[in-house]
Design a protein around this ligand. Structure first.
Ligand code: DNO
Length: 393
């Protein structure tokens, strides 16, 4: 198991020197300032890598081994006219990364939006802050702030009533904050930030697209990318749609084991793999994470480890719980990942996905979900489980 840590680059409030102290050995990163759809130049990749490795001669080494993510332009997801140039640029980025020895690439295929939460500072009884997705707040945004056309059809009467009463408790500042959080707010997102009008326009482009059409566009994209990945020995790791269900009337096609079965049937290349984002898949009660870790054993190239706890009454609402204590049996997931490594004779990259905002970080600037201490706590707990289950056999 290779312990990795997401670093957003030189502007990340958590420095490489701090990451080194956590014991992580591998860096997960991206060139966030290159506009979506443009190829990443090799010299920029080399410079980013050099930053990561700068102190390796004298200090515990760090290596940039995983990319998260190369963004996929929406024109590719739409198969819009002229999208071939964006596919070519994506492949060029992959080639340039491989030339610098970086061969594990996470990406996602979520239309318009990337990962979505409604609360960035949800306080737990211990005093720490977690990220949360609240279905009523989400619906309040969709129905009464965005006022998406035909949105009412996606909710039942009871849900609309709950959303309405949630909306009525929010003042203008809270509405603005929720809007910001949903359409522009999260770190590492691989889509553009929008104004409300631009967001409506971006959604409208998908008005006639169903799941099969989006899936076909993903498969067409992979048909171009995978032959090159095979030549370069690059492992692709698609990230699930977070949360894993349709939103804003958009089709989402990487949510369940059935979605993955369809993906691998259409594109069986061994380079076609997944990011097992335990927290994302685990946001659905019908996804059995220990089972998925087994079922997709040879497809898992990267794993995000974090827990979620769903609300008992509304299973689509959840908060990001601690890494080990949540609705997900993390010990069983890790045990199966360790077994996979043994069976396949190769290591996989894992990272503590998000962490609580806690202790001295509460008063500091940090990227939501990506503060240092909470992630280090997560990594330390996960490391303990890895050591324990590895010693069992
Ligand atoms: C959130 C992350 C996402 C993810 C991208 C993957 O914490 O999991 O930003 O990196 O969606 O492509």
């Amino acid at each position: 198991m290779r312990e990795s840590w997401r670093w957003f680059g030189p502007n990340d409030p958590v420095s490489l020197a701090e990451i080194r102290q956590t014991g992580a050995t591998d860096i997960v990163s991206a060139l966030h300032d290159i506009p979506i759809g443009e190829a990443w130049p090799r010299d920029r990749i080399a410079a980013h890598k050099a930053m990561v490795e700068e102190d390796n001669a004298s200090l515990t080494p760090l290596h940039w081994t995983v990319v998260e993510s190369i963004p996929v332009h929406d024109d590719i997801k739409l198969a819009a006219d002229g999208h071939g140039k964006y596919v070519a640029a994506w492949i060029k980025s992959m080639e340039n990364l491989a030339a610098e020895g970086i061969k594990t690439i996470c990406y996602n295929f979520m239309p318009v939006i990337d990962w979505t939460r409604t609360d960035l500072r949800y306080q737990l009884p211990s005093g720490v802050y977690a990220l949360r997705f609240d279905q009523d707040r989400f619906a309040a945004f969709d129905l009464f702030i965005l006022k998406r056309e035909n949105a009412q059809a996606d909710y039942c009467v009871d849900e609309i009533a709950r959303a309405k009463s949630t909306f009525e408790t929010m003042d203008a500042a809270e509405q603005a904050e929720l809007t910001q959080t949903i359409i522009a707010g999260l770190p590492g997102r691989m889509t553009d930030a929008y104004s409300l009008d631009d967001f409506r326009a971006a959604l409208a482009r998908y008005a006639h697209m169903d799941h099969d059409a989006l899936r076909a566009n993903l498969v067409a994209f992979l048909a171009r990318v995978l032959p090159v990945a095979e030549k370069l020995d690059v492992k692709l790791a698609i990230h699930p749609d977070d949360p894993p269900w349709d939103m804003f009337g958009l089709p989402r096609v990487i949510c369940t084991p059935d979605d993955l079965d369809q993906l691998f049937e259409a594109a069986p290349s061994p380079c076609n793999g997944i990011t097992l984002c335990v927290g994302t898949y685990g946001s659905r009660p019908d996804n059995d994470l220990p089972q998925m870790a087994q079922q997709f054993r040879d497809r898992i190239h990267f794993a995000h480890l974090r827990g979620v706890t769903r609300d008992p009454a509304e299973q689509r609402s959840f908060f990001e719980a601690s890494h080990l204590d949540s609705d997900i049996n993390m010990v069983a997931v890790i045990r199966n990942l360790v077994d996979n490594e043994r069976a396949l004779g190769r290591e996989i990259f894992i990272r503590p996905d998000h962490g609580h905002l806690m202790l001295g970080d509460i008063s500091k600037t940090s990227n939501p979900g990506y503060s240092a201490i909470g992630r280090m706590k997560g990594l330390a707990e996960i490391r303990g489980v890895i050591r324990a289950v590895s010693a069992e056999v």
